[in-house]
Design a protein around this ligand. Structure first.
Ligand SMILES: Cc1ncc(COP(=O)(O)O)c(C=O)c1O
Length: 449
């Protein structure tokens, strides 16, 4: 028991934080998610987790990667294990330009800054641009990790409605006008044009041009976050926004989904002056991004058919996407709708009226299926009638079983609601107007295809 422990090992009372008055104001926005505890249960093998967004790297040829890393240590270990450039190693910056060419981007290695995953890119970009109270425009819904960064820098997030082609241009115009009329400073538009996390939709080429025209007109910086762009199932990649406008777009890329997330290598491609600030911010954050990881990825790209490997990944994800579509079609109750992603990892589900994905998560986990409630993807508490399902990790059979269990939970919730009534949703989305933004994916072709 505790009494047997010497004083120095006895646990102090941790229920009260004696430093509570000393934290910086920005840490007040850093709160642990209420659903974290549930997710530790969701990781048990008997639970089908449609919640996590972990890339499935089972198909990665570990023998090839291992041999490449071994050779790297023998040939170049001293340099690879030393401090390096704050901007990132020239070798990998050149390779990154080669990768980006697949999405129509022509870039010079000097304009690339290597980061610790694109998550750190989000942090650095927000750090150099945003003061407390500045507004960041985001899709409704948006990537939970980006919302966390914006919150940490005390930004205000304004959500912009989407349709089946991504961000709605009319809603974007409306938001810019309204926010500026209210005296707000908009620092940038944050968008995920390809295989959106969590919405699963992709901006068409026309939509990208329209959004960029608005950005030009409104003198708005665009932050294009593109970790999934090469993981399309059908067509060639749509040209990146950065390929259509070099001066107005800061582009974020990552090797997490096309190779492996554990190396933690991402990047920012930015106009020259912005790049200079990014490198200074990177040096103060890390001195330099991990050199060994950069060498490792550069060797992998040089010695392995990485384009072929991306195709193998895409095929595997396509099979899982198809399983999820089949499972949803067979098991969702009437009144449920969902998006059909053409790539990436995620499906966005809209529940029948009155259902609350946050409130029912504990019951779903008890029924051995997990998802992420829609509220995680809004800064303002909206989203309870939605959920994100990911198909990237479980096998097709488990995905179908997961949707079957979810269908049962939803049927039960509908019955409970019929008996006891329902709750209401909160939050505001620009462009939703009188129409509930919940209906945004009900356009023909986007649902139940
Ligand atoms: C849209 C989006 N941006 C950025 C990231 C961060 O990825 P990483 O830091 O591994 O590059 C993720 C990860 O899931 C993501 O989905």
């Amino acid at each position: 028991m505790n009494d047997a422990l010497p004083d120095r090992l006895r646990r102090q009372d941790t229920r009260l934080d004696s430093y509570v008055d000393r934290y910086a104001a920005r840490t007040h926005g850093m709160t642990a998610s209420a659903i974290r505890a549930l997710f530790s249960v969701a990781n048990r093998p008997e639970v089908v987790s449609l919640a996590g967004g972990m890339p499935n790297i089972a198909d990665l040829p570990l023998d090839v990667v291992g041999a490449t890393l071994g050779q790297l240590v023998v040939d170049n270990g001293r340099q690879a294990m030393q401090y390096g450039s704050g901007q990132g190693e020239p070798l990998i910056r050149e390779a990154i330009c080669e990768v980006m060419r697949l999405e129509g981007i022509s870039a010079h290695p000097d304009d690339v800054t290597v980061t610790v995953g694109s998550q750190q890119a989000l942090d650095l970009v927000t750090r150099i641009f945003c003061d407390p109270g500045d507004v960041v425009l985001c899709e409704a819904p948006s990537y939970v990790g980006a919302l966390g960064v914006f919150r940490a820098f005390q930004c205000e997030v304004a959500h912009i409605a989407m349709d089946e082609q991504g961000l709605d241009p009319g809603a974007l115009r409306e938001a810019i006008t309204a926010l500026r009329a209210a005296g707000k400073t908009i620092k940038f538009l944050y968008t995920i044009p390809n295989f959106h996390n969590p919405a699963g939709v992709t901006q068409s080429a026309e939509r990208r041009m329209e959004l960029l025209a608005i950005a030009e007109e409104a003198d708005l910086l665009v932050v294009e976050d593109n970790p999934y762009g090469l993981l399309g199932f059908d067509a060639e990649p749509t040209p990146a926004m950065r390929s259509l406008n070099e001066d107005r777009v800061v582009y974020l890329g990552s090797f997490s989904k096309t190779f492996a997330p554990g190396f933690r290598v991402g990047w920012v491609l930015a106009p020259h002056a912005v790049r200079e600030k990014l490198v200074l911010a990177q040096e103060s954050a890390t001195l330099c991004p991990p050199v060994f990881s950069q060498f490792a990825i550069a060797s992998y790209l040089a010695n392995h058919d990485w384009r072929g490997q991306i195709k193998i990944f895409s095929e595997m994800y396509r099979e899982r996407r198809d399983a999820m579509m089949a499972g949803l079609r067979d098991h969702m109750p009437l009144g449920t709708t969902w998006t059909k992603p053409a790539g990436g990892f995620f499906v966005w589900v809209t529940l029948p009226p009155g259902l609350d994905s946050h409130a029912m998560l504990a019951r779903a986990v008890t029924a051995r299926v997990a998802y992420v409630p829609g509220t995680a993807f809004y800064a303002d508490g909206f989203g309870s009638r939605h959920m994100r399902l990911s198909y990237c990790f479980p096998t097709p059979a488990r995905i179908i079983e997961g949707t079957r269990r979810l269908g049962e939970v939803l049927e039960y919730e509908i019955t409970v609601n019929e008996t006891f009534g329902t709750g209401i949703d909160v939050g505001y989305t620009y462009g939703a107007g009188d129409r509930s933004p919940l209906r945004m994916y009900e356009a023909p072709g986007a649902n139940q295809a």
